[in-house]
Design a protein around this ligand. Structure first.
Ligand SMILES: Nc1ncnc2c1ncn2[C@@H]1O[C@H](COP(=O)(O)OP(=O)(O)O)[C@@H](O)[C@H]1O
Ligand SMILES: [Mg+2]
Length: 253
C-alpha cells in the first residue's frame, strides 16, 4: 500500500537544474554551456570539433535504399540509457554532470524526420488520423522527461527569431523553437537565459540575461560553486540583497 506524506509545510532549498538558453548565432550560447561541470554535448550542427566539450553528433542516417539506417530517436534513446546505466559506474571525475542539447530546434526536426522516414511519408500530416503528430509529441515528451529524470544539469540551446511588426516597426526577439515544442521543453525548465553580444570582433562583449525563472533562487542554496559563478554572470538571476548577504558571509569566514 502507498504511504501518503504527512501534512506539513516544507521549506525547500531550490536549485535550478534545467536551463533553456537562446540567442542569435555567435553570442556565446555553446561557450556558456561548455563551462558547466563535466558537460556532454549532443550536437546537431556538425561544428562540434570547434567546442572544448566532448560531444556526440546526432543525426538520421539513410541507407542505400533510402530507408533509415540510424534513427535519431533510437540514438537519443541509447544515449539516455548509457547515461542512466553506465555513467554512474564511472569514476567520479569521469562522470558526466551536464548534458547540453545544442540545438533543440534541430533535434525536433530530426525526430520529425525519423518518424516520416520510418513511415515512408513526406510530412507528419501524411500519416492518417493525426497519428504522426501524436507520435512526434510522445517522442519529444519522452526525451525531455528522460533527461529531466537524470541526476544531471540539462541545458537546451535554441536559436533566435526576430519578428518585426509591419505596423509599428517594432522588432521583438524570441526563441526560434516552435511555440508548441517550446511549451513541452520549457514546461520542464527552471531558468530561461538569453545571450547577447554587443560590439564586433575583438571589441565584442558578451551578455546573458535571465528571461524567466521557475522560482526565486537564493545564491546561498546553490551547492555547486561553478554553477553559482556561472549563474552570477547572468543579470537578473539573483536578488541583489541575497548576493550581498552571501558576500558578507564569505568575508566573515
Ligand atoms: N563570455 C564570453 N567571453 C569571451 N568570448 C566569448 C564569450 N562567449 C562567446 N565567446 C566567443 O564567441 C565565440 C562564439 O560563441 P559560441 O558560444 O560558439 O556562439 P553560439 O553558440 O551562440 O553560436 C566563441 O568562439 C568564443 O570565442
Ligand atoms: Mg553554438
Amino acid at each position: 500500500m502507498i504511504n501518503l506524506p504527512k501534512v506539513q509545510t516544507l521549506k525547500p532549498k531550490p536549485q535550478p537544474r534545467n536551463f533553456f538558453i537562446w540567442g542569435s548565432p555567435m553570442t556565446g550560447k555553446s561557450y556558456f554551456a561548455s563551462y558547466f561541470p563535466n558537460p556532454l554535448v549532443l550536437n546537431t550542427d556538425g561544428n562540434s570539433e570547434q567546442g572544448s566539450a566532448p560531444s556526440i553528433q546526432i543525426r538520421n542516417i539513410r541507407g542505400e535504399n533510402g530507408a533509415l539506417k540510424q534513427s535519431a530517436i533510437k540514438q537519443l534513446d541509447d544515449i539516455i540509457t548509457a547515461l542512466q546505466v553506465d555513467n554512474p559506474k564511472r569514476s567520479a571525475d569521469q562522470q558526466f554532470k551536464t548534458i547540453v542539447i545544442d540545438v533543440i530546434d534541430d533535434i525536433c526536426v530530426m525526430i520529425e524526420q525519423a518518424i516520416c522516414l520510418d513511415a515512408g511519408v513526406q510530412a507528419l500530416s501524411d500519416i492518417p488520423y493525426g497519428k504522426g503528430y501524436a507520435m512526434f509529441n510522445t517522442a519529444l515528451q519522452q526525451f525531455v522527461m528522460d533527461l529531466k529524470a537524470l541526476p544531471m544539469n540539462v541545458i537546451y540551446i535554441s536559436r533566435e527569431l526576430s519578428i518585426t511588426d509591419d505596423n509599428t516597426g517594432v522588432t521583438t526577439y524570441e526563441p526560434s523553437l516552435k511555440t508548441k515544442y517550446y511549451n513541452i521543453v520549457n514546461g520542464n525548465c527552471d531558468v530561461v537565459i538569453r545571450t547577447k553580444k554587443i560590439g564586433d570582433g575583438q571589441n565584442a562583449s558578451y551578455f546573458r540575461e535571465v528571461k524567466a525563472l521557475r522560482t526565486m533562487y537564493n545564491p546561498a542554496n546553490i551547492t555547486d560553486h561553478r554553477i553559482l559563478q556561472l549563474l552570477e554572470s547572468c543579470s537578473g538571476m539573483f536578488k541583489k540583497e541575497d548576493l550581498e548577504k552571501l558576500q558578507q558571509k564569505k568575508e566573515s569566514k
